[in-house]
Ligand binder design. Structure first.
Ligand SMILES: *Cc1c(COP(=O)(O)O)cnc(C)c1O
Length: 486
């Protein structure tokens, strides 16, 4: 399996070559040259596989340059009940992503697939834990090392640290805005005592952190010499790891592979739902892929109108589903490439226009950049939006009717899913975080605290290990060099 760039760069790397990198050399994103296909017979043969074995079967179709037995070992090490142990009472940790029926009436079924039972209580662990093991495996083979440098406002950074802690050949340098994360998120990250994890609290806001990462990334000499890499959501292996749970959810919700299901996905960077799109392109019988956004509704606007108009960070609202507060969806280019039938020259032009003019228009109206928006529905895509009041209402309603507390992002998903349920087709909402992570809003909705999984009761009291720094690029470079010894 070889990979292409959505912007047409002609090198055709294999999976292992793109594993540690980010963007293609031309600024595009990597996609496989063809989507591997899964027949109904093969799908049926996957029906009862344990999660780790299913993950290996999917990964083998994309990572053809890694020996199959090594992939088996990597997924077996990653997808264990010990790692994904934070499931709710009554759920089976062995399932890794347990599926439960929320409501079933008049042939309509609404289901919830738990993706948040990993160490940081958010779905990013599903892919990041595999990435940690894949990185360690590949670096070890090459006798190489990697220094991951990133910025976080919460979820991604902690998922990366928990995936990379203690891994040979890997260090993590993570910037976060000093005193701006929730006490829970801060404790999760800063309580890690592993010597390969470095938390840097920047006296500024998240954008200051991101600017520092950009400045360091633009210094190509420093980057090469210090072996700097990233783990952002455009990483192809992360997307592949997410494809697996769409198969798992489908197989758990159906009894034969003639049936269809739909998925609703609380979305920000379009990484999670992009994996659903790829599963569908591989032949998984998905009816609808429902994009759920919060007040930051750039994606909803596109799927309503065909106009993609990104917002600046100053125009991005801070909401109670903060992990979806994104106004430029970094994985969206992968879908646009497929929507334009692989016309890389046009993809390049459209995303250049995003940089210069803030967006593009595929509505087909006079003066627009094309009319392909009309085909978005044939890829299963529809969308909806949920705002703070919807979240509160949904959290209360789900609590009252099913005795289940859901987090704010998942609540956005459930609200939008209800608008899109079809008779005879199970609708699976992906649960992207556990409520304990967003307790402030749970208190607002329910007047009580969310239950914390065992082991998280007192994390705010654990000793914390972090360094405070001014938003100073030279200082952070020195900090890194001092600790890598390179
Ligand atoms: C990251 C995240 C999302 C958004 O996922 P994307 O892949 O960026 O679309 C939604 N919910 C939670 C809890 C997240 O952490």
């Amino acid at each position: 399996m070889q990979y292409l760039s959505t912007r047409g760069h002609t090198s055709a790397p294999g999976f292992s070559e793109i594993l540690l990198g980010g963007l293609a050399p031309d600024g595009g994103l990597y996609l496989p040259q063809q989507y591997p296909q899964v027949s109904h017979a093969e799908l049926d043969s996957w029906r009862n596989l344990p999660y780790a074995v299913l993950a290996a079967a999917v990964l083998k179709k994309f990572a053809t340059d890694i020996p199959g037995s090594d992939i088996d070992a990597l997924t077996a090490k990653t997808y264990t009940a010990q790692v994904y142990c934070n499931s709710r009472a009554g759920e089976d940790s062995e399932q890794i992503t347990p599926l439960r029926v929320l409501e079933a009436s008049n042939g309509c079924k609404l289901m919830l697939q738990a993706l948040s039972n990993g160490p940081t209580l958010a779905f990013k662990d599903m892919a990041m834990q595999l990435l940690g093991n894949l990185f360690e495996y590949t670096l070890n083979k090459q006798g190489a090392e990697l220094n991951i440098f990133g910025a976080t406002s919460g979820d991604t950074g902690s998922a990366a640290e928990y995936a990379m802690r203690g891994k040979k050949g890997i260090r993590v340098f993570m910037l976060s805005p000093h005193l701006k994360m929730s006490a829970f998120q801060t404790a999760q990250m800063f309580s890690l005592q592993d010597p390969n994890i470095f938390n840097i609290a920047v006296e500024g806001v998240f954008d200051d952190c991101q600017d520092m990462v950009k400045a360091v990334s633009n210094d190509l000499d420093f980057k090469a010499h210090q072996k700097i890499g990233t783990v952002n959501s455009i990483n192809w292996a992360r997307v592949v790891a997410q494809v697996v749970y769409y198969f798992r959810g489908y197989l758990a919700a159906t009894s034969d592979s003639q049936q269809k299901v739909s998925f609703t996905v609380p979305s920000g960077n379009f990484g999670n739902i992009c994996a659903g799109h790829i599963a569908r392109m591989m032949g998984l019988p998905i009816s609808k892929l429902v994009v759920a956004t919060n007040e930051n509704d750039v994606l909803h606007e596109f799927f309503q109108t065909g106009v993609y108009r990104v917002r600046k960070s100053a125009e991005t609202l801070h909401t109670s589903s903060p992990s979806m507060d994104i106004s430029k969806a970094s994985n969206f280019e992968r879908f646009i490439f497929d929507l334009l039938k692989g016309d890389a020259a046009r993809v390049r032009a459209l995303f250049a226009k995003v940089e210069t003019q803030g967006g593009f228009d595929l509505s087909g109206k006079p003066g627009s950049d094309g009319d392909e928006f009309g085909k978005a529905a044939s890829f299963g895509f529809v969308s909806g939006k949920s705002v703070h009041a919807d979240r509160l209402k949904t959290i209360r309603d789900v609590d009252a009717r099913f005795g289940l507390t859901v987090d704010t992002h998942t609540a956005d998903g459930i609200k939008v899913a209800r608008e899109q349920v079809e008779e005879g087709i199970p609708m699976i909402v992906l649960e992207t975080a556990l409520p304990a992570k967003f307790n402030e809003t749970i208190r607002e909705a329910l007047g009580r605290d969310a239950v914390r999984p065992a082991g998280f009761e007192n994390i705010e009291a654990l000793p914390q290990r972090f360094d405070v720094m001014k938003p100073d690029v030279i200082a952070v470079k020195r900090y890194i060099a001092d600790r890598t010894g390179l």
